[in-house]
Design a protein around this ligand. Sequence first.
Ligand code: AVI
Length: 319
Amino acid sequence: MNLAVKFHDLHPTPAITSLRVEILMGFRAEQKFASPKFFYDQRGSELFNQICHQPEYYPTRIEEEILANAAEDIARIAGHEATLIELGSGASRKVRLLLEAMRPSSYLGIDISRDFLLESTRRLAADYPWLEVHAACADFSCNMALPDGLCCERPVGFFPGSSIGNFDPQDAEDFLRGLHPLLPTGSGLLVGIDLLKDKSTLEAAYNDAAGVTAAFNLNLLERLRHELNAEIEPENFRHQAFFNEEQSRIEMHLVSQLPQVVTIEGERFRFLEGETIHTENSYKYTIGNFQALSGRAGFEAQRCWTDANSLFSVHYLKR
Ligand code: AVI
């Protein structure tokens, strides 16, 4: 094990307990649903990483372009020697675009997928020997305190990828408010937000031709089979993603291809043909709508960077 990464297990067994409780609750609802945070087991995290390289999935490519162009500007506004805290750090790829310009004193990656987190923070520590690297396995959608022993004088939050778009707007506001203990008054938060745009570009991004997003969505059912001993056949479901204009969100569903009964932990769930499990919402904002939302949550908009086609935006907010 590379001791260069200081690992903090904030919740020893968060995922499995909440997986069981939350999946059963979601399957009992009239519109069956599952939280998108359950996509991210090891395989799901790998598939998400592949999604980010699909030609139709513009958010990653464009956000990286914005971050690379704005890195010096971001460093000027966020300052040097910060503790950079990445929420949902995944492959810890985008942060690399900021490290040389920002020269933070330490980095804390927080992610729900333990093995994936360890792998990516170890790589980061190896590539940036001057950086103190910490990793914490946690569900960042729950209120969280900093790990003991992490000195955090100048915290700067980093929440890229428009992951905040996976919360309903009210939950997004509550989530930002919940970051106050982590980011005290005066600290900064850098957030990536996908922007509202034409339906065809949005729908193509969630229906890539190579079928990676479909595999990512269906992998949730594999996870239920392996971790909850669910009797459920992934091939009896298909991926669906569409833009709901009224709600300004992409919705992802798993559509039952036939009338069927699935069993989870001995409980039976009946599906009609065409009935769906709603697995994800991905809200799309205008710059003004997002700034208003973050303002209500106690974060003041300081700067916003976007690309030439206004596909994506990166915001620096101040507490
Ligand atoms: C992580 N999150 C911001 C992605 C999104 O675009 O909502 C997850 C994703 N789902 C399907 N493709 C990507």
